[in-house]
Design a protein around this ligand. Sequence first.
Ligand code: FAD
Length: 414
Amino acid sequence: MNRYSIFSLLRNAVNYHQDWQRAWRSPDPKRAYDVVIVGGGGHGLATAYYLASECGIRNVAVVEKGWLGGGNTGRNTTIVRSNYLYDESAGIYEHALKLWEGLSQELNYNVMFSPRGLLHLAHNVHDMQEIGRRGSAIRLNGIDSEFVSPTQVKKMVPFINLDCRYPVMGALLQRRGGTARHDAVAWGYARSADALGVDIIQNCEVTGFRIENNTVTGVDTSRGMIGAEKVGCVVAGHCGVLAGMAGFRLPVESVPLQALVSEPVKPILDCVVMSGSVHAYISQSDKGELVIGAGSDLYNSYSQRGSFDIIEETVGPVVELYPIFSRMKMLRQWGGIVDVTVDRSPILGKTPVNNLFFNCGWGTGGFKATPGSGNVFAHSIARGEIHPIAEPFSIDRFNTGALIDEGAAAAVAH
Ligand SMILES: Cc1cc2nc3c(=O)[nH]c(=O)nc-3n(C[C@H](O)[C@H](O)[C@H](O)COP(=O)(O)OP(=O)(O)OC[C@H]3O[C@@H](n4cnc5c(N)ncnc54)[C@H](O)[C@@H]3O)c2cc1C
């Protein structure tokens, strides 16, 4: 793999950038692999990378039905943080945040991680109680979190309207939170995994599982059968479909979640502002666009579009809170299909089928977890034993009742 650096940039400039090596190969599938990962989003690619880099398993394929990052990885609003309520969540999201902090260096690929600070606004007494409880829990877990007053919020976001229909009564600030470039995360993991020998196979849809004696032995795909000792499924909103193919059901609902971006403007907002109770969160991309996230649709769907009333419900509070944005034009709107569990926490681990592992249920907030999720999932697949950080997120919790209710910290209305 060619190392990216200022020197390689200069070297290639001499040849008018004609000689850059392809970031990853496009091989035909082999007959069999040690591990097949289904789903070429950030989590699937990260899993493949850590299997090869940390677990010594390089005979790995990532099988993606479309193109890399074409699912939720390339559709999200890129917010990264670790300020969740429960210890179990703190474990996995903070593990991820620590990996984010060194990810560009590790992958030799600029994932544009930008810890610009993240505000969670409180608009009513209930919000204040929620951030009070959560902020204290976060700090007990040794994670940075600060309560800030409306005056401090105004200092960070001078054009915010504090005294509107949704008064700002305070906020929770995580300074280490921020954003990262979503495509770059997928591409960075893909490039590094490929360099370690992982086969990345795009346009290859998994249509079924080969299962003998309740043990998975391979996957049927649109490009033929591929044998596998172990299979890891990381298909987000389509996890229910894949589980159905393997003969079991998952406690998830698939719903559209939307986002929109404005025309680009000069830098005006240098932090992320989330507002769970009014269903709007906002940041500014490096290109200058306002990136606005909405609440999820109220109905189940695989449409990847989302309904118009959600846009209205989102833009209304944005204009109320930030009147200065009222005359901006919105450029694009899109949706992704998110896999939501009843406790808004992911499912990571074993399934009723031997050697078939699932990593799903990240719902509206899995981008931030990408490195941590891939890391612990890779170790779980390699060892056949679930990594301690992932253990609380087993599917069994829906039988035992040991739910990890992150409804409030998820911050997106479901
Ligand atoms: C609008 C929106 C905003 C969001 N904002 C945030 C945010 O700000 N912060 C945050 O942390 N999270 C956010 N999320 C959630 C986040 O995007 C997801 O949790 C995360 O990206 C999931 O990553 P993944 O790799 O598991 O899934 P995906 O990126 O969806 O990858 C799954 C892949 O599986 C493939 N696949 C499906 N079926 C098959 C099959 N049969 N065979 C082969 N391949 C298949 C799909 O094509 C897809 O590429 C948001 C989501 C949306 C939609």
